[in-house]
Design a protein around this ligand. Sequence first.
Ligand SMILES: CC(C)(COP(=O)(O)OP(=O)(O)OC[C@H]1O[C@@H](n2cnc3c(N)ncnc32)[C@H](O)[C@@H]1OP(=O)(O)O)[C@@H](O)C(=O)NCCC(=O)NCCS
Length: 165
Amino acid sequence: MDPLSIRAMQSKDDAQQCAAIMATTEPWITLGRSFDDCLAVVADERREVYIAWDADHIAGFIIINMHGAFTGYIQTVCVDAEWRSRGVGSQLLQYAEDRIFSESPNAFLCVSSFNPRALQLYERHGYRVVGELEDYLVTGHSEILMRKSIGPIDDYRKRKQRQDA
Ligand SMILES: CC(C)(COP(=O)(O)OP(=O)(O)OC[C@H]1O[C@@H](n2cnc3c(N)ncnc32)[C@H](O)[C@@H]1OP(=O)(O)O)[C@@H](O)C(=O)NCCC(=O)NCCS
């Protein structure tokens, strides 16, 4: 499909629409996330939320965290059911990676063990499994930690310093 317009989330109404999409789909149903839980994640001002728009409809969104131990952590990627398997998730991932790799050489994400199709998508985008967090969010299911790297942090910093000099 044609590239969508992807922009930073701007309003509380956008956050509510994203939370509504998230709360009514897997994996968040199995993970027991209510609308309010999802809204708390989407509206958290420490995160960056980018929304893919198809005209005035939200096709999907991605949330990233550029702080903390795992800088460049993709917390959530979610595409509205009507827009799935048309490349929206891939466009959002690419957008998030452009943002992350402008500051850090690693992108991280977790995928639930019962979500093999999402895991395959991430593998196709170059993410590799680095660990399994057993019984992390709910009993009986793991979160699979994945990483995509464009190089060691040391090399990245030196390259940035040369570019900025
Ligand atoms: C996973 C998801 C973000 C991918 O977005 P998308 O726009 O459908 O992805 P693309 O069109 O770029 O790529 C298609 C691939 O996405 C994956 N995918 C498609 N529908 C999916 C679904 N309902 N659940 C999980 N993965 C899905 C598959 O790997 C698919 O490839 P395939 O058709 O060869 O099996 C989207 O399907 C979604 O929001 N799913 C439900 C929520 C979810 O699982 N989020 C990821 C949490 S880690």
